[in-house]
Design a protein around this ligand. Structure first.
Ligand SMILES: Cc1cc2nc3c(=O)[nH]c(=O)nc-3n(C[C@H](O)[C@H](O)[C@H](O)COP(=O)(O)O)c2cc1C
Length: 194
């Protein structure tokens, strides 16, 4: 049994969340413990660049970010889910990454030699028909965040053309991501883009 943490960005439960829901159902059916948090539901403030975490490994901002630190720490598999806004993930996801600087600082201090025990999955959707660069800008930050929290990048599930073809109508994709959730115990790396 794995502990799966899902962090969802954005303000609506539509295309991206349809994928999250199917993934979650698959994982729960296989007996995994799933906990999801919506960034929009918490009082989260931006990183001020105070650099306290460089020495302490802790963030000094007193808000509700501790919910996300706890989820990241306790998860065997962390799922990040965000729609594409202006060729990027949403701004609340960026805030999460900036606030993950304590992980980066501690990894740096340890010389980056710690074992990677977690896995990370990235789920996203975008409105326009598939273009090579639709997700391009998101990959580097997602991978850097992944490295910061000492996770192995396990895969991404990216669905384009949601303006014309909403995810809820794409039953084959919902079934496929359900199976990915179900196979969480021994997940094979995957790169899906539709
Ligand atoms: C502010 C905003 C910016 C967007 N920017 C893009 C974009 O750059 N490229 C794109 O293909 N779709 C863009 N879209 C469309 C969304 O990516 C698409 O509708 C996505 O499936 C929304 O996911 P959701 O239904 O989970 O909110 C944008 C939508 C909004 C509201």
């Amino acid at each position: 049994m794995k502990k799966i943490g899902i962090i969802v960005s954005g303000y609506r439960k539509k295309n991206t969340y349809a994928l999250v829901e199917s993934y979650k159902k698959g994982a729960e059916e296989a007996g995994h413990e799933v906990k999801e948090l919506f960034l929009k539901s918490f009082d989260l403030r931006p990183c001020t660049g105070c650099e306290s975490c460089y020495t302490t490994g802790k963030c000094v901002i007193k808000d509700e970010m501790h919910n996300f630190y706890d989820l990241i720490d306790e998860s065997d598999i962390l799922v990040l889910a965000s729609p594409i806004y202006f060729y990027m993930f949403t701004s609340d996801m960026k805030l999460l990454f900036d606030r993950a600087q304590p992980y980066w600082s501690m990894k740096d201090a340890a010389g980056g030699k710690q074992e990677k025990k977690k896995e990370l999955i990235y789920i996203s959707t975008n409105g326009q028909p598939y273009q090579m660069d639709a997700y391009h800008a998101t990959f580097k930050p997602i991978r850097m965040f992944c490295g910061s929290i000492l996770a192995k990048y396990k895969g991404n599930y990216l669905v384009s053309n949601t303006d014309r073809n909403p995810v809820k109508e794409r039953i084959d994709l919902l079934e496929e991501i359900f199976e990915i959730g179900k196979s969480s115990e021994n997940l094979i790396s995957f790169e899906k883009h539709y």
